[in-house]
Write a protein that binds this ligand. Structure first.
Ligand SMILES: CC(C)(COP(=O)(O)OP(=O)(O)OC[C@H]1O[C@@H](n2cnc3c(N)ncnc32)[C@H](O)[C@@H]1OP(=O)(O)O)[C@@H](O)C(=O)NCCC(=O)NCCS
Length: 149
């Protein structure tokens, strides 16, 4: 059910993200950005439909980000989100990365996965290049969370 993404999955991933971005729960991503991130994504597929996605993006030495994480509303609360994040954490471990962070509104979810709230200023400067594209910049109300693996 959970696997690495292929290019054909990108329109399905975009549709899930667009839906939550409209509700200001996630950062909008262009098709161009998503194709560039293809190799970073894990997807959950049920009956030929992409119903969940999550990407692990290496951002710096010893640091990677869990991003573009979402599960379609009708499939939530069934453990799919947990499995998607676990796949990203396993890959981070395989890559030798010791810290995984996320910027999120889903704080209780990430606490259940062992993430802890941190000061955003502790994140690598490079992360802010993504933030500049966010319509909320510079008034970010997402919470920075980090898990040491
Ligand atoms: C966050 C999200 C991906 C979680 O996916 P999911 O498949 O529902 O997650 P799971 O079923 O694995 O949930 C695991 C646990 O976290 C809890 N949980 C899930 N989403 C939560 C949320 N948004 N806030 C608080 N708790 C949440 C579940 O109740 C469950 O608790 P339990 O173990 O006590 O039963 C999903 O809620 C979602 O798509 N939200 C909208 C988009 C979003 O906020 N993305 C995160 C941006 S980084």
């Amino acid at each position: 059910m959970i696997r690495k993404a292929i290019v054909n999955d990108i329109p399905g991933i975009k549709s899930i993200i667009d839906n939550y971005a409209k509700q200001e729960l996630m950062l909008q991503r262009s098709l161009s950005e998503l194709y560039e991130f293809t190799r970073s994504f894990y997807v959950c597929e049920i009956d030929n439909e992409i119903i969940g996605c999550c990407a692990l993006q290496v951002s710096w030495e010893d640091m990677a980000e869990v991003m573009s994480f979402a599960v379609k509303k009708e499939y939530r609360e069934q453990g799919i989100g947990t499995e998607l994040v676990r796949s990203c954490l396993d890959e981070a471990k395989d890559l030798g990365i010791k810290n995984v962070f996320t910027l999120t509104y889903a704080v209780p979810f990430f606490e259940k996965q062992g993430f802890k709230i941190i000061d955003k200023q502790l994140l690598p400067h490079k992360v802010w290049s993504g933030c500049i594209k966010c319509p909320k910049f510079p008034n970010c109300d997402e919470v920075a969370m980090l898990k040491e693996i």
